[in-house]
Design a protein around this ligand. Structure first.
Ligand code: C2E
Ligand code: CA
Ligand code: CA
Ligand code: CA
Length: 279
């Protein structure tokens, strides 16, 4: 049986080896990327729709690989999740986000909130809430300056005590958002049972809202549901003023997308904020 397995590998030789080798290389490089300073957090502005004010930013990771150039998180986050490296990477992301929040809010009267993505795999670590709270206290970041983005699926995952972790995070004042909302299967029951502050309307609905009645209805439903549950709403993937206008008339509170700004470095984001206040 072993021999035939080896033969099969030989048979697929050309395609497989390249893919496998690339994957192995990425995996190795990933473990070294932090020490080599190749990881960077980018920030995408989040806007209050009525006032037009910047209220925060979502932290999005970027990997500037020494040979391969910029690698998108869609290409490496799943690898980090599979091999467990996400725990170490997630802690680095959390600390960077806290330091950024501190830097941005140093002389602001209305503090910005930095949204940090948590991967479902990070909840496998029972110390996840301890890790986040430690990052806050080590950096001196106020819990109100951080929002955590989780996906619907994790609320239903019975392997981990997600409820306990979320309560421990909520207790000092960190807020919790459901990312890509509308694409998963969470029932109203789950939404009310967990301490959720914000629903992030998935960009697939926003991109179709002007053409598809169905997407518009879905967005309306999410907004009215959020409002009855006293939750905030933010629409992601807003690319045009028409979308922004319609979302505002529908009662959506916040928006994020290329229309307002692409994910940018901290230096660019500080300049972006400067421009907003000068207008
Ligand atoms: P996500 O959390 O849903 O992030 C939104 C993605 O949409 C980002 O892609 C962002 O650049 C992109 N986007 C923002 N505005 C627009 C727009 O107007 N139009 C379009 N077409 N796209 C827009 P990005 O940065 O490539 O991230 C992809 C995914 O990788 C994220 O999806 C998230 O699931 C994951 N990810 C990114 N950074 C992190 C991180 O720090 N930790 C974890 N665990 N996952 C991350
Ligand atoms: Ca997100
Ligand atoms: Ca999203
Ligand atoms: Ca997504």
């Amino acid at each position: 049986a072993k021999d035939s397995g080896r033969n099969t590998l030989c048979f697929y030789h050309s395609g497989l080896t390249i893919q496998v080798r690339e994957r192995l290389e990425l995996e190795n490089d990933l473990r070294r990327a932090l020490a080599r300073n190749e990881m960077q957090l980018f920030f995408q502005p989040q806007i209050h729709l009525h006032s037009g004010e910047v209220i925060g930013a979502e932290a999005l990771i970027r990997w500037q690989h020494s040979e391969r150039g910029l690698i998108s998180p869609d290409r490496f986050i799943h690898i980090a999740e599979e091999n467990g490296f996400i725990v170490e990477l997630g802690e680095w992301i959390m600390r960077q986000a806290c330091m950024t929040a501190l830097q941005l809010n140093r002389d602001r009267s209305n503090p910005l909130v930095i949204s940090v993505n948590l991967s479902p795999r990070q909840f496998a670590d029972p110390e996840i809430s301890a890790m986040v709270l430690q990052a806050l206290s080590d950096t001196g970041c106020h819990p109100h300056w951080i929002e955590l983005e989780i996906t619907e699926g994790i609320l239903m995952d019975r392997r981990y005590d997600v409820m306990k972790s979320l309560q421990d995070l909520k207790e000092p004042g960190i807020s919790i958002a459901i990312d890509d909302f509308g694409t998963g299967y969470s029932s109203l029951g789950y939404l009310t049972r967990f301490p959720i502050d914000t629903l992030k309307i998935d960009q697939s609905f926003v991109s179709q809202m002007l053409e598809s009645q169905q997407s518009a209805v879905l967005i309306r439903t999410i907004i009215s549901m959020a409002s009855s549950l006293s939750m905030h709403t933010i629409a992601e993937g807003v690319e045009t003023s028409e979308q922004a206008y319609k979302l505002a008339t529908m009662g959506c509170e916040q928006a994020q997308g290329f229309y307002y700004g692409r994910p940018m470095s901290i230096t660019q984001f500080e300049r972006y904020l400067q421009r907003q206040t000068n207008f």
